[in-house]
Design a protein around this ligand. Structure first.
Ligand code: UD1
Ligand code: CA
Length: 457
């Protein structure tokens, strides 16, 4: 049985933010969500998040976990004690991890559990070697290199301060022994806090087996306390993820300016140009060309599609399509294969079937557009009457002339031809021509006479 406690009750004063620290985002995902996702990927079934500052907000943002309130932040040991009610009856291993360490990988978490269980330890501390250990708790080992205790920076003597092996703040505990030891800790220390780290000392006195598991890549353990570390975390995670995509056969023309989230999938031979930000659960097929300066959030893009300087969120585009420059697709817009969506076209809640085209300057909202439809330059679906949104249906093979306004609710039948400049208010039956504009009148010679009159004045 594996369970985890995520410590996320602290205020994060140094962020200087209205938002609770753990909700600040790294590549489009809150840091605590990174931690939760990494635990899940390491097959930890039960996850309990300890919340305090901004608890309601944190609770709202994370799904599929249990929450425990720590009303006053009296220290990391006190924080863990709040979960006693939930965990007292459990056996197995409990990981304690901080909500502000989004870079600790699932593989590291899994290895730590394995190391702990194989060693039959009562505590395993994830440690790291730091050239500058200032601020961290120091790992003190005995003459046999066994973990003896952890001392906080503020409580340490000179010899202890010189130690460069630090406590990363991630641990595996024998669940029963954890709560037994926590019952014995006090707050007689420099910070007047209940230190979780004091359980190590208590377990050692009881002759329990303790392990220090030193991580090779200390970068993983970066804890985010301020906006500088937040930016550093983004850089480190971006480099890690971009490297993996390039190894998988994706070309990133400039990885330094390409931001790809943890849950993005990209097919081989896709090329991504600079300035692109690809986040959420976006999936991109093979042989696509994306960017430059393209923003994709929860987008699904079929193979061989080109997207230039565009924004797509919560929407999909099929295969062999072209989008942009400067298109905006949003709110469950679904475009088929071989579509063409050109400059300054916006689509909202619209389905746009195979081979349909909207090449310039259009707004399509709450619309259903059939196969092969051609949307002329400047066509607007008039979907909003100031109170409600209404639907526009354009059936297959229709041709909508330039600058037409389609006043919804309306249905344009199959094969219809809408004359340019029409304001269409009534349904149009299949194969009809709809023309709805004032008749033109030419006044012969009138312009010339007008010029002559002006010249005389
Ligand atoms: C802690 C460790 C230190 C380690 C460091 C790594 C202790 C006593 N010290 O120190 O050895 O090197 O982490 O970053 O544990 N939290 C709560 N409730 C509280 C206090 C803290 O939920 O009452 C949470 C914070 O939100 C944070 C985490 O616990 O996510 C760590 O707390 P923090 O105060 O940053 O601990 P450090 O002093 O850095
Ligand atoms: Ca800290």
């Amino acid at each position: 049985m594996r369970q985890a406690l995520v410590l996320a009750a602290g205020k994060g004063t140094r962020m200087k933010s209205k938002l609770p620290k753990v909700l600040h985002e790294v590549l489009g995902k809150s840091m605590v969500q990174h931690v939760v996702d990494n635990l899940r990927a390491a097959d930890v079934k039960r996850i309990i998040v300890i919340i305090g500052h901004g608890a309601e907000l944190v609770e709202e943002k994370i799904e599929g976990v249990e929450f425990v309130y720590q009303l006053e932040q009296l220290g990391t040991g006190h924080a863990v004690m709040q979960a006693e009610q939930l965990l007292a009856q459990e056996g197995g291993t409990t990981m304690v991890i901080c909500g502000d360490t989004p870079l600790i990988q699932a593989s590291t978490i899994a290895q730590m559990f394995e190391h702990h269980e194989n060693a039959q330890a009562k505590t395993t501390v994830l440690t790291a070697q730091m050239a500058n250990p200032t601020g961290y708790g120091r790992i003190i080992r005995d003459e046999n290199h066994q973990l003896a205790y952890i001392v906080e920076q503020k409580d340490a003597n000179e010899a202890e301060l010189a130690v460069q092996e630090i406590n990363t703040g991630t641990y595996c505990f024998d669940n029963q022994e954890l709560f037994a030891a926590l019952a014995k800790i006090d707050n007689k220390n420099a910070q007047g806090e209940y230190y979780l780290t004091d359980v190590i000392k208590i377990m050692r006195e009881a002759n329990h087996r303790l392990e220090g598991y030193c991580i090779e890549n200390a970068d993983e353990t970066l804890g985010i306390n301020d906006r500088l570390a937040l930016a550093q975390a983004t850089t480190l995670l971006r480099e890690r993820l971009n490297t993996a995509h390039m190894i998988n056969g994706v070309t990133l023309v400039d990885p330094a300016t390409t931001y790809i989230g943890t849950d993005v999938i990209i097919g081989a031979d896709t090329i991504i140009y600079p300035g692109s930000v690809i986040l959420g659960t976006t999936t991109i097929g093979e042989d696509c060309i994306i960017g430059p300066n393209t923003q994709l959030t929860n987008a699904t893009i079929g193979a061989n599609t080109h997207i230039t300087q565009s924004v797509i969120s919560d929407s999909s585009v099929g295969e062999t399509a072209t989008v942009g420059p400067f298109a905006h697709l949003r709110q469950a817009t679904a475009c088929g294969n071989h579509v063409r969506i050109g400059n300054f076209v916006e689509m909202k809640k619209t389905t746009f079937a195979d081979h349909a085209k909207a090449s310039h300057l259009s707004y399509l909202g709450d619309s259903e557009v059939g196969e092969n439809v051609n949307i002329g330059c400047g066509v607007v679906t008039v979907n909003y009457d100031g109170q409600h949104k209404h639907k526009t249906t354009i059936e297959a093979n229709a041709f909508i002339g330039c600058n037409a306004n389609l006043i919804a609710p309306i249905t344009i039948g199959e094969g219809v031809y809408v004359a340019a400049g029409s304001t269409v208010t009534k349904n149009v039956p299949a194969d009809a021509l709809a023309i709805a504009r004032a008749k033109q009148e030419n006044k012969e010679g009138y312009a010339k006479r007008l010029r002559e009159r002006f010249a005389k004045k």
